[in-house]
Design a protein around this ligand. Structure first.
Ligand code: RB5
Length: 148
């Protein structure tokens, strides 16, 4: 699995926690987050990273900002992205099983690094159940194509 990680200036601590988890798990990743020496705009990080997931260059994305909301709104504008803003372990598991989410958004001002680590770990480990859920996400893909 190849993961792209990105973050704005408000996501530094969780970003470092995620890097440590990815390295422990031996997962290949690229970090495109800001240098964080000043305030930046989250769409400048979310949109290019989301495009690289949508293109197939990366299997998954993990996007971090203050609340996770800006990153998730921006990511979900990119065709083919199913970004889940998730701050609990149950939702992290279910969004993989039911939604086949390919991007996870997290807010550093909402959850601490320990919980963020558990959320990311479960999200990375959980498989999509497909079946009736594949039909449902297929309807979203059809909507995206019809809207072009
Ligand atoms: C930055 O202050 C903050 O607005 C950003 O990180 C994010 O929370 C936006 O949704």
């Amino acid at each position: 699995m190849k993961v792209i990680l990105t973050a704005d200036h408000a996501g530094m601590t969780i970003r470092n926690e995620v890097i440590s988890l990815l390295e422990e798990k031996g997962i290949e990743y690229e970090d495109t987050g800001c240098d964080c020496s000043s305030s930046v705009d989250y769409p400048d990080y979310a949109l290019p990273a989301a495009k690289r997931v949508a293109s197939g260059e990366f299997d998954r994305g993990i996007f971090i900002c203050g609340t996770g909301i800006g990153m998730s709104i921006a990511a979900n504008k990119v065709k083919g992205i199913r970004c889940a803003l998730t701050h609990d372990v149950y939702s992290a598991k279910l969004t993989r099983q039911h939604n086949d989410s390919n991007v996870l958004a997290l807010g550093e001002r909402v959850v601490g690094p320990g919980l963020a680590r558990e959320i990311v770990n479960v999200w990375l480990e959980t498989e999509f159940e497909a079946g009736r859920h594949a039909n449902r996400i297929g309807k979203i893909a059809t909507y995206e194509s019809d809207s072009e």
